[in-house]
Ligand binder design. Structure first.
Ligand code: UDX
Length: 447
């Protein structure tokens, strides 16, 4: 089948590569010509395990092409996927301008029936809006061409996007057209083999399913972070509590890891957008407000802990930072807890020596060259001349470090761990003051 994908971000690029991999002919269109040029050479503009090879394979087999030519992308395919960004606008409202720009291009260039599928995470009602936008434009131009729309949200996670896309838990198809449902069933055939994964529903329910899923996952995290704060206050250890809770199958072990707050391109934006959507419909979404506020507070925790250890004036102090990306296996620093930590340290006059296995370039792009930030080539180098160590991301490389070296390099043997990687008793034995998240016991017993 011929498929055009509009937008070459995480969702668009991974889906384009995956469709090409199973034999569809895919055109991926983006307005960013520099990005398109890089992609034509198989050069992926961000780090995502397995994606570069998939793109290279697609490009070299000719199944996958990249273009800035919207007309060619619209006219060459029957199936047009909208995968552009929906950034947070005013009041957290999702900004639909990129989505509607694609809809305008589709209306301008289409000369035959098209199936337009929204894959971007969009507010409920957007797929209907896209349909109305295209049909109104066609009517204005006096052209009578059929257009059908569907909502098909994407659930991939950064860091495991290729695997998630290859074996989706579910394929949600929101459409009121039985014909479109059948067409999309054929299009997704290769991903629907072991058992039935296609779930058919109306477009609005499909759109809400995506927001509701992300909001629930974010709620689990904020809930656990709140429990962690209570654990600190009462002298309990959230790591025992987490295991005790997770063993109940009704609760489960997934997404109940306390930490220094959720970041990334989805949870913060989608919680804000869903809250805004609810408010637009006269419902004040108090749970979502609390989830968001708890997360904001959580992201400040590491900087606050640095201050409580070293004082409010950090002039002359250096913080070693391990982990810049918002989670492991990505170079993405959007809404990353590390940014709150660095901002907090800098606002008190301190310096940061940071190491991340992949996000150094992203960090340089965000902050440029500055005297109070040294981007290091290894985790050991980040420790040199530092006073305390702060961990923001649970990259595998940080799980079993040389604790003797940490002790030797830091002026004060203090480790502030935003991901609870280490054993409190072991750290105590080593004589390292260890502050995790929600580890009340360590606060009681640490020097
Ligand atoms: C998320 C959703 O999981 C995915 O389904 C959706 O399509 C896009 O948004 P992503 O943002 O890539 O994916 O990462 P995810 O693994 O969900 O983590 C999000 C944030 O939550 C990270 O900052 C992570 O550190 C944090 N997190 C996750 C926790 O703090 N605790 C947990 O238990 C799990």
């Amino acid at each position: 089948m011929n498929i055009s994908i509009f937008g070459s971000g995480y969702v668009g690029l991974v889906q384009a590569a995956m469709f090409a991999d199973v034999g569809h002919r895919v055109i991926c269109m983006d307005i960013d010509s520099a990005r398109v040029e890089r992609l034509q050479n198989g050069d992926v503009p961000f780090f995502e395990p397995g994606l570069a090879q998939l793109i290279l394979d697609g490009v070299s087999s000719g199944q996958l092409t990249f273009t800035t030519d919207a007309k060619a992308a619209v006219q060459s395919s029957d199936y047009l996927f909208i995968c552009v960004g929906t950034p947070s606008g005013n009041n957290g409202e999702a900004d639909l301008s990129y989505v509607l720009d694609v809809a305008s291009s589709i209306a301008r260039y289409m000369t035959s029936r098209k199936v337009v599928i929204t894959k971007s995470t969009v507010p409920v009602g957007t797929t209907d809006k896209v349909h109305a936008h295209i049909t109104e434009a066609l009517v204005q131009q006096g052209r009578n061409i059929p257009v059908v729309t569907a909502s098909n949200p994407e659930f991939l996670k950064e860091g495991s996007a290729v695997a998630d896309c290859r074996s989706p838990d579910r394929i949600i198809i929101g459409t009121n057209s039985p014909q479109v449902l059948e067409e999309l069933r054929i299009l997704y055939q290769a991903f629907n083999r072991n058992h039935e994964k296609i779930m058919h529903m109306d477009t609005r329910s499909a759109e809400l399913t995506k927001y509701a899923s992300n909001a629930l996952l974010a709620t689990k995290i904020s809930f656990m972070n709140e429990m962690a704060t209570i654990a600190e206050a009462v002298g309990a250890d959230i790591e025992y509590v987490r295991r005790g809770m997770g063993s109940d199958p009704r609760i489960g072990y997934h997404f109940i890891y306390p930490g220094c707050g959720y970041g990334g391109s989805c949870f913060p934006k989608d919680v804000r957008a869903l809250k805004h959507l609810a408010e637009q419909h006269n419902h004040s979404a108090s749970i979502l407000t609390a989830v968001h506020d708890t997360n904001q507070r959580q992201k400040n925790k590491l900087a606050e802990r640095v201050m409580s250890c070293l004082g409010n004036n950090l002039t002359g102090k250096t913080i070693a930072l391990w982990g810049l990306s918002f989670k492991p296996n990505t170079d993405d620093m959007r809404e990353a807890p590390s940014r709150h930590l660095m901002d907090g340290v800098w606002s008190c006059g301190g310096k940061v020596r940071a190491f991340d296995p992949q996000a150094t370039e992203s960090c340089r792009e965000i902050y440029g060259e500055r005297d109070d930030l040294v981007l290091c080539a290894s985790k050991e180098e980040a420790l040199k001349g530092a006073d305390v160590l702060v961990i923001c991301t649970e990259w595998k490389a940080f799980w079993s470090p040389d604790f003797d070296l940490i002790k030797q390099e830091l002026s004060a043997p203090i480790v502030i761990d935003g991901r609870n990687l280490y054993n409190t008793a072991q750290m105590e034995e080593l004589g390292i003051a260890y502050y995790g998240i929600g580890r009340g016991r360590s606060l009681v017993t640490s020097p």
